[in-house]
Write a protein that binds this ligand. Sequence first.
Ligand SMILES: [Zn+2]
Length: 489
Amino acid sequence: MSLRKIGFGILGLLGIFLLYTVFITERGIHPIPPKAGEIPNIDYGTLSEQAAKDLQSYIRIATVRGREKEGALFLKSILDKRGISSRVIEFPGKPDRASLVAEIKGKDRTKGGLILTSHIDVVEADPKEWTEPPFAGVRKGERIYGRGAVDVKGLGIMQLYAFFLVHEKKIPLTNNLMFLALADEESRSLHGARFLIQKHRELFNGYEYVLNEGGTGTRDIAIKGSKIFNIQHAEKGAVWLDLKTKADPGHGSTPPLKYAAKSMVDFLEEVQKLGDKTTIGEETAAFFFSLGDLSSFPNSFVLKRSRNPVLFLILKGVIQSNRHLRAMTRNTVSITGIDSHQAGINVITSETTGSVDMRILPGQDEKKIFQEVKTLGEKYDVEVSARHLEPGTISPMDSPLFRILAGVAMSVEPGSVAVPFLSPGTTDSSYMRAIGLKCYGLIPALLTSEEIDGIHGKNESMTVTQLKMGIEILFKTVIEYNQVEKEKH
Ligand SMILES: [Zn+2]
């Protein structure tokens, strides 16, 4: 074969490849737009002013990892006033840790039900760091300040008002609708979601879908001027490991080749390499695709083809430089403790302990990864034990509820997009997915990065406008979902 022929051959291959990159894009999501005309006219403005007052009162009950019963009774009193029955379920032996359930029954009670859920508890808040006292429910202008305003009493109030509307407007439901406010989410749910799933499993009979926290709408984050509803449909799993290594002690002036602290450092260097691989699955590709819709050329071109082998190399650079994108696309490794039990500065100590927090992508085997790290530890004489192993969880992004929620959110806020979101942290949805429920997480309002920083941070706040958008999106989602279900029958 002549050089000339080889040259043409290579050019030909390059041409085919370029055609491939031009024509083959990833798939985005498929929102179902709401069917206009079937939704009653609601004065969301007046309604959100009432909701704001209830949010202020709810914040004033300082449910810091406890006292959820008072929060549950507060919600119950509002439901009572509207003539909706509900019940408070206490954790046996700890009546203070309570959850609340209310239901509106649909025509078909056996399947397809939808749960609106949130948690009553909040995390701590240090008043010294805040401009407003965190448990006073202060309102300034249209902004309500307080611990839980965003995470997640604000969402609870949005859900409550959507639930009222279904009741008051006598919306005919095809399937059951539940309002569920849970205890103990912030401390791993022993007295809340996990308790109800284990001891009151019957509550969930006939239910198929859950709308919960886990994602938010964002304004001006990621791309300037963007309005994005990040609908959480998957959560990463956790591999929490304790580490220990022992060797002979010695003098700092004459170090042996191997000693405890050095073995630990060498081992940790190796473990970190386990988090080096970037993986873009189908959902993450759809996430980047939707961001492509908001971007201009050439970014849009790259984002819509995130798994193209050449363009991936460009995107990889962007992913590497952003810790949120990194967390969405790989198993992460965080070194969360190293202790050499230090004595004097010239003493080599005999024991070093440590801990590692790994977060793994859904679909990966937590036991296998633990085993892999354990085997690596043997090489460095580091003993590895598992404190907690949990797989990631995932719900489909082509289910009717996901598509309806996306379509409704985009119609309520023109110019916005909805994207599937894989969250690095976990919520109660991980327990609910484990019993077969399809769970999606969204605070359906547009938050700025400052407002998102208020979550577990300082000056947490939500505006009346955000409450209004949330109530409208949730109410319309319930209506549209039941409409789609009705057409199936
Ligand atoms: Zn939360």
